[in-house]
Design a protein around this ligand. Structure first.
Ligand code: NAD
Length: 364
């Protein structure tokens, strides 16, 4: 109770209101009515620079108001480009003091994967809603600590799975739920690209959450789960590397086969050495597919009855961030809550276990 009182006095000090659930307990912090909620990007690498920050110029319900960076040379560039005030610039050591900053409502963790849990928790403990990039963390256990921190601090935690906000993807999710083409029998999905990484890049280092499975494999995995609306019960996986000089201790290629209830099988593939980008769902009475299914733009597809799913060209990240902001303002469940990232990481844990045991069937 003492914890709640001190937390409440902090929230009142910081100008936020607490949503009270029907049980009398606060659910999440709802920022005081503002025209737009303030987002701080944590980590200013490629994805923040080229997708999220430009997307935040298009959002209607939130805007880029702060940055957290360990690279001082980036600060003046970002401040000038996005009009970020000095008081909203942080580094990783000062990030916890966001607790005193009412202009920032949301932190978006866009760091290498091994840092997602640590900085999501720092953000939640500062009383900020947390958006975290995929994969949510290094394993399911870390995901649980993140969910716990969000619950304790009454903030929302969402994962940056942008496909689940995408209209053609939503259409095929509906096909699965309505069994429009009968029962799903088989899914085939692959996501990968032919990459060349400089030595020392975090995507090539296991301890930093590198490797194709973490980076691209979560797309076909998440697609198999959202297409069926089911959780896999077992997995078989194999991994190999053609370029050990570039990928000394991470997977360059991973193949995995998921068994779902009802005998549905999903055959999935990911790679850092091959361009792949499709999702095909076979059902008892037909099929449908998306290709590309994971690109930033122009996701499109078709179905066996001749239905065309025309390319969608809207800014995916802007749409995702607006949806996630509305979930906070309206105190409703986000499209992709932390539990969704956790569900994937449970499977990823099993994929690595199976691959380390020569493709043995591992129950989830
Ligand atoms: P990046 O390498 O371009 O940027 C990473 C940033 O983290 C850099 O600015 C780097 O300076 C900083 N950093 C801080 N501490 C670091 C450390 N200890 N080691 C290395 N870098 C450190 O990576 P990115 O492509 O921007 O990816 C960042 C996150 O975003 C990843 O989790 C990735 O999976 C995710 N991502 C998601 C999508 C998507 O479509 N949802 C697309 C790209 C990336």
């Amino acid at each position: 109770m003492a914890d709640f009182i001190s937390r409440r006095s902090f929230l009142i000090r910081s100008g936020s209101a607490i949503a009270v659930s029907s049980f009398g307990f606060p659910s999440i912090i709802i920022p005081r009515k503002k025209e737009k909620l303030g987002v701080a990007l944590v980590g200013l690498g490629n994805y923040s620079t080229n997708q999220l920050a430009p997307g935040l110029l298009q959002t209607r319900h939130c805007e880029l108001r702060g940055i957290v960076t360990g690279s001082p040379e980036k600060i003046p560039v970002w401040q000038e480009r996005y009009g970020i005030a000095d008081r909203n610039v942080y580094n990783y050591e000062t990030m916890h003091t966001l607790a005193d900053n009412d202009e920032i409502d949301i932190v978006y963790i866009v760091l290498p994967n091994h840092l997602h849990a640590k900085y999501s928790i720092i953000g939640a403990e500062a009383g900020k809603h947390v958006w975290c990039e995929k994969p949510m963390a290094m394993n399911a256990e870390e995901c649980l600590t993140m969910i716990d921190a969000a619950e304790k601090n009454r903030v929302q935690l969402t994962v940056g799975y942008r496909m689940q906000h995408e209209p053609n993807t939503k259409t095929i999710i509906r096909y699965g739920a309505e069994q429009k083409f009968g029962r799903i029998k088989e899914i085939e999905s692959a996501g990968g690209f032919n990459g060349n990484f400089p030595e020392g890049n975090w995507r090539t280092i296991a301890a930093k959450g590198g490797g194709a499975m973490f980076d691209m494999g979560v797309y076909p995995l998440n697609a198999a789960r959202y297409s069926t609306g089911l959780e896999p019960v077992a997995v078989r996986a194999t991994q190999h590397t053609d370029r050990p000089e570039m990928f000394p201790d991470v997977d360059e290629h991973t193949n995995f086969e998921l068994e779902f209830p009802g005998g549905i099988v999903a055959r999935c593939e990911t790679s850092f050495g091959k361009n792949m980008n499709h999702l095909h769902v076979s059902c008892t009475d037909g099929w449908y597919r998306l290709e590309p299914f994971l690109s930033y733009t122009d996701v499109q597809g078709e179905a066996s009855d001749g239905t065309q799913l025309p390319p969608d060209t809207a800014h995916q990240q802007a749409r995702q961030m607006d949806n996630d902001t509305l979930a906070i303002i309206e105190n409703k469940p986000p499209v992709v809550p932390g539990e969704e990232g956790l569900a994937d990481m449970r499977v990823v844990d099993a994929i690595f276990k199976s691959a380390s045991e020569n493709g043995r069937r591992v129950e989830i």
